[in-house]
Design a protein. Structure first.
Length: 228
């Protein structure tokens, strides 16, 4: 953890008061499960908090940045910015993947590069930072790491296949679109989902991913390909 602490101080001017929070933020469930006797905490609760803090700060940023954009546009922009792939990228921008504690099995199967793990890690770090130093410091950190990329429009063109599919299917009227999970396999720290998307009860296509969101996007993309 010392190397991480030095990096956070050098790159972002962040010094944690409660170092246990930082340690927990970088502890994956797979590592905690392999060391049950030590009663180690993992980062899922911090991830929950960090997600809420991130949603609030990005929502406020977009609200103030684009005073004339309607709610629907702002929601789309927010979803692009805080989607799993984006957060994983921010983790890598900060070199966080080098410091996360993983179980041996997760390490061997490439967990250090897995988007679900890195995205969750970024949110857990935000949760820990909020508890340790408050939301103003979290906002300052986001202004250093995330907002510069948002400012140059890096996320405006990210394709949201679910939204694109909805818009295509509902051109001539209302259509009931449903995503259902038909398969969920793997241990808790390495899930694999298979999803089917349907329109008005008719199955269109399927998709797979490491999370429900990714599988749904994959299914929507496949459906769009089929529909031309």
């Amino acid at each position: 953890m010392q190397a991480l602490e030095e990096k956070l101080k050098a790159d972002f001017g962040i010094v944690f008061k409660d170092k246990s929070l930082l340690d927990t933020a970088f502890t994956h469930t797979s590592y905690a499960n392999e060391h049950r006797l030590l009663n180690i905490s993992h980062n899922e609760r911090l991830e929950f908090l960090g997600d809420a803090v991130l949603q609030l700060l990005i929502s406020r940023y977009l609200f103030e940045k684009f005073p004339k954009r309607p709610e629907g546009d702002l929601s789309k922009m927010r979803s692009m910015i805080v989607r799993e792939e984006s957060l994983a990228g921010f983790s890598k921008d900060c070199d966080f993947e080098a410091f996360i504690k993983l179980g041996k099995g997760e390490e061997k199967t490439g967990g250090r590069e897995r988007e679900t793990i890195l995205g969750d890690l970024f949110e857990a770090f935000l949760g820990a930072l909020d508890l340790d130093q408050g939301i103003e410091v979290v906002e300052k950190f986001l202004n250093q790491v995330m907002i510069p990329k948002v400012e140059v429009g890096d996320y405006e063109q990210v394709k949201d296949y679910k939204t694109a599919l909805q818009e295509k299917l509902q051109v001539k009227g209302s259509v009931q679109i449903n995503y259902r999970v038909i398969s969920e396999t793997g241990p808790a720290h390495d899930k694999h989902f298979e999803v089917v998307v349907s329109a008005d009860g008719k199955d269109l296509s399927g998709g797979q991913g490491k999370s429900k969101k990714l599988a749904e996007q994959a299914a929507a993309r496949a459906a769009l390909d089929q529909l031309g």
